[in-house]
Design a protein around this ligand. Structure first.
Ligand SMILES: Cc1cc2nc3c(=O)[nH]c(=O)nc-3n(C[C@H](O)[C@H](O)[C@H](O)COP(=O)(O)OP(=O)(O)OC[C@H]3O[C@@H](n4cnc5c(N)ncnc54)[C@H](O)[C@@H]3O)c2cc1C
Length: 420
């Protein structure tokens, strides 16, 4: 995090004012500095002015966001896309903490838009920033940070989800050639149908099934022949984010596209997944905050039996639990983020898995309780509660499912006590 980064974000013009009735966030209690609080506010004001409640409903209903290019460019101007990138590429290099505050404020407003920005910043740009050569960074990051280009990351395949290391997409380089030939299909790729820059994982030794034959690449898909991307319609949530199936049919990609080294892609993938899980938990916090923002004021306005329903103990019990679930996730996440910004080596597989496992499960519970507090209104799209529930469910599936996260924790404890 650089103080220059802070100043540049705060100096950017923010439009609009908070117009929602919200549940206060005690930033000081959670160790958020005044400067970081102001950054949160600045992002929030920007997202609120660009994504009105009416607009978010339309994005969800139509499962499309036609102005995405224009929005991405505005995000670039506002510093949304560069929080993890160095200043030499136009970023602010602020760090994971501020990135997560930004993501929290975005998922709080629109799950669909959040999903696209999340994949762009924390999957695509971040992996290039951490693993790219000077040339690769200079080629890809300025466009990604300014919003001129859109990023995606492709690891999953139709037959390779939780067991991601079984991927079959192959990139083969013949001796003496300076390019790889890619064949295969990637599935469920966020921003896939609209991306310009793609982080691709593929098997560079198709005769091997192990993780040692996986290589990461950074490619500009606009330069490719034989590459096609088709949208996957019908998602229950994060609608308006463009999810796609990517096809590679004898696609030539330059040897200079390798990220890290040939055969070392599994390490790039696992480290990237840690940050995806960590910052993904910020999405869960935003969803929970949104569910509370929607349900708590409602409980104090809606009257039955002559009193606000918030005065009934069973409603109070729900709000008490929702608040504690939100606060516990926030505290756990912020502690990990602060440690990671001091030293990324503190990021462990098990804590990154645990914070998303916990946060995503709590988000599903909190959003369901928000619906219950709203009664019939919660069951309609007149209020955002049902959308929040559909949106936040992806947190239990993407970046390795809840079950896979539990496997990671189980393996960690088995290893820890192995010699006892
Ligand atoms: C909207 C959306 C966006 C996505 N975006 C991206 C993206 O940008 N890039 C990308 O690469 N991928 C992306 N994904 C893919 C996502 O990471 C996978 O969906 C996820 O890893 C699960 O894989 P799967 O869907 O194949 O489920 P499966 O692996 O088939 O799992 C099905 C069920 O079996 C369970 N299961 C599997 N193995 C075990 C086990 N060993 N023990 C216990 N239970 C198990 C799972 O937990 C799950 O409940 C996205 C998915 C969605 C839905």
């Amino acid at each position: 995090m650089t103080s220059g980064g802070f100043r540049r974000i705060l100096a950017r013009k923010t439009i609009g004012r908070r117009n929602l009735s919200i549940v206060p966030i005690e930033d000081q209690l959670f160790g958020v500095s005044e400067e970081q609080s102001a950054i949160r506010e600045s992002f929030r004001n920007f997202f609120e002015s660009e994504l009105t409640q009416k607009r978010c409903r339309e994005i969800d209903e139509t499962d499309s966001f036609p102005e995405y290019r224009e929005f991405w460019l505005k995000c670039g101007e506002q510093g949304v896309l560069g929080t993890l990138s160095a200043e030499e590429f136009g970023g602010t290099g602020m760090g994971l903490f501020e990135t997560s505050l930004m993501l929290e404020e975005l998922s709080r407003i629109s799950g669909g838009v959040y999903m696209g920005i999340f994949a762009h910043t924390c999957l695509s740009s971040y992996v290039i920033e951490r693993n790219g050569t000077a040339e690769q960074k200079a080629k890809f990051l300025p466009g990604l940070v300014s919003g001129q280009t859109i990023g995606a990351l492709a690891m999953s395949e139709p037959g390779s989800g939780s067991d991601v290391m079984s991927m079959r997409c192959q990139a083969v380089k013949e001796a003496g050639k300076d390019y790889y030939v890619v064949n295969g299909t990637k599935f469920w790729i966020t921003n896939g149908p609209i991306c310009d820059t793609l982080v691709l994982y593929a098997r560079t030794d198709p005769t091997s099934k192990g993780s040692k034959s996986i290589t990461a690449f950074a490619i500009d898909v606009r330069e490719l022949e034989g590459f096609t991307a088709t949208p996957i319609p019908g998602k229950m949530g994060v609608r308006g984010s463009y999810t796609g199936e990517l096809h590679f049919d004898n696609v030539k990609i330059p040897a200079s596209a390798v990220l890290g080294a040939e055969g070392k892609g599994a390490a790039v993938l696992m480290k990237g997944l840690n940050v995806e899980r960590l910052t993904g938990a910020a999405g869960a916090v935003g969803y929970m905050q949104a569910a509370c923002d929607c349900a708590f004021p409602y409980a104090h306005e809606r009257k039955q039996f002559g009193v606000p329903i918030g005065e009934f103990q069973m409603m109070q019990s729900k709000m008490a639990e929702m608040y504690a679930q939100l606060s516990a996730t926030r505290a756990y996440l912020y502690a990990l983020l602060k440690a990671a910004d001091k030293d990324q080596k503190t990021l462990t597989n098990h804590d990154c898995a645990a914070v998303l496992m916990y946060g995503a499960e709590q988000a599903t519970k909190v959003s369901l309780e928000a619906i219950q507090i709203l009664g019939g209104n919660g069951y309609t799209n007149a209020y955002p509660a049902e959308r929040i529930m559909r949106d936040c469910k992806i947190g239990e599936i993407g970046a390795g499912t809840t079950e896979v996260r539990k496997l990671i924790l189980g393996r960690h404890f088995n290893a820890l006590y192995k010699n006892n």
